[in-house]
Ligand binder design. Structure first.
Ligand SMILES: [Zn+2]
Length: 303
């Protein structure tokens, strides 16, 4: 098949447009930019539709050199908060994604504010992202390659289509943004991005029910109880919420990490090494909603 026809077919299939519509979009491009060849116009239309306009699709394990035009389809494994930086003296926003496919994991850096916003708004952990016209570069430490996306790159985020289905094993998963103070059980899924570990034990006097430092001024150590209490921030890739874990649930949280030492476990957890499902009850304080965890389990995926 002639390449241009092949591309019309590919754009048509992947973007869900009829071949005639694709041809009319190409014609519009050429009307707009008369010096474009049909092939170049096709590539522009493909890029705009988030379609990878070349036959070669890279796998993550192929990325071990500088690639100027990289097209890849991968699963979003983690989504990091955007950061403000200065580029050539003007403020800009960049963000990072950890991407994975069946051959490995790679870091992606998004340099284009529009795409950073789109990813913040539309992409969830577990979504498939199609990337066209990115490039690769060695990481800052020179240890491995990273994918870079600039203004000339295109992305398409895919939640439905043929993809690694992130179907939860049981029950419905609520988005963090859906948690309100309506008293019901919510189950959210995400990474712990921060743990507050100053006061791991909640110490109370059970006679006056007060929180104390070591002993009660009035009742001494007669009825002191120590409750394991951990709180942290859970991030589902779109938004985050404070979650508090007490007693048995806190034990369970710590036991998700295999390390022996409490400090190591807390470190592992706060570095976001474990994706967890948390079922909890909302708690509103000063207009801020948090969750009191009732149960927790490591996230399991069925493919
Ligand atoms: Zn007391």
């Amino acid at each position: 098949m002639e390449e241009n026809e092949w591309m019309v077919e590919m754009i048509s299939n992947e973007a869900g447009l009829s071949p005639d519509i694709v041809r009319s979009l190409v014609k519009k491009k050429i009307d707009e930019f008369p010096s474009l060849t049909e092939n170049a116009a096709l590539k522009m239309v493909a890029t705009e539709k988030g379609v990878v306009p070349v036959k070669k699709k890279f796998k993550i394990s192929d990325i071990n050199e500088d690639i100027k035009h990289l097209n890849i389809v991968a699963t979003i494994q983690r989504k990091f908060e955007p950061r403000k930086i200065m580029i050539k003296g003007s403020p800009s926003t960049i963000s990072n994604l950890a991407l994975k496919d069946d051959t490995g994991i790679i870091n992606a850096v998004i340099w284009d504010t529009k795409k950073v916003d789109q990813i913040q708004k539309d992409a969830l952990v577990g979504d498939i992202i199609s990337i066209a016209n990115a490039y690769t570069r060695k990481s800052f430490d020179g240890e491995h390659y990273e994918i870079h996306l600039g203004t000339n790159s295109a992305i398409k985020i895919n939640r439905s289509a043929p993809k690694l289905e992130m179907k939860q094993v049981e029950g419905k998963i609520d988005r963090v943004s859906e948690v309100t103070d309506t008293p019901r059980k919510y189950t959210v899924r995400g990474f712990m991005t921060r743990l507050f570990t100053n006061n791991i034990f909640l110490i109370r006097c059970n006679i006056c029910k007060k929180r104390v430092v070591n002993t009660c001024d009035e009742h001494g150590d007669k009825a002191i109880s120590r409750t394991l209490m951990i709180s942290g921030i859970l991030d589902d890739g779109m938004s985050s919420i404070k979650v508090s874990f007490f007693d048995r649930v806190a034990d369970k949280l710590l036991s998700l990490s295999k390390a022996e030492e409490l400090d190591d476990k807390i470190n592992d957890l706060s570095f976001g090494l474990y994706e967890i499902d948390v079922t909890g009850i909302p708690n509103k304080f000063n207009d801020v909603i948090s969750l009191n965890a009732r149960d927790i389990r490591p996230t399991k995926y069925s493919l």
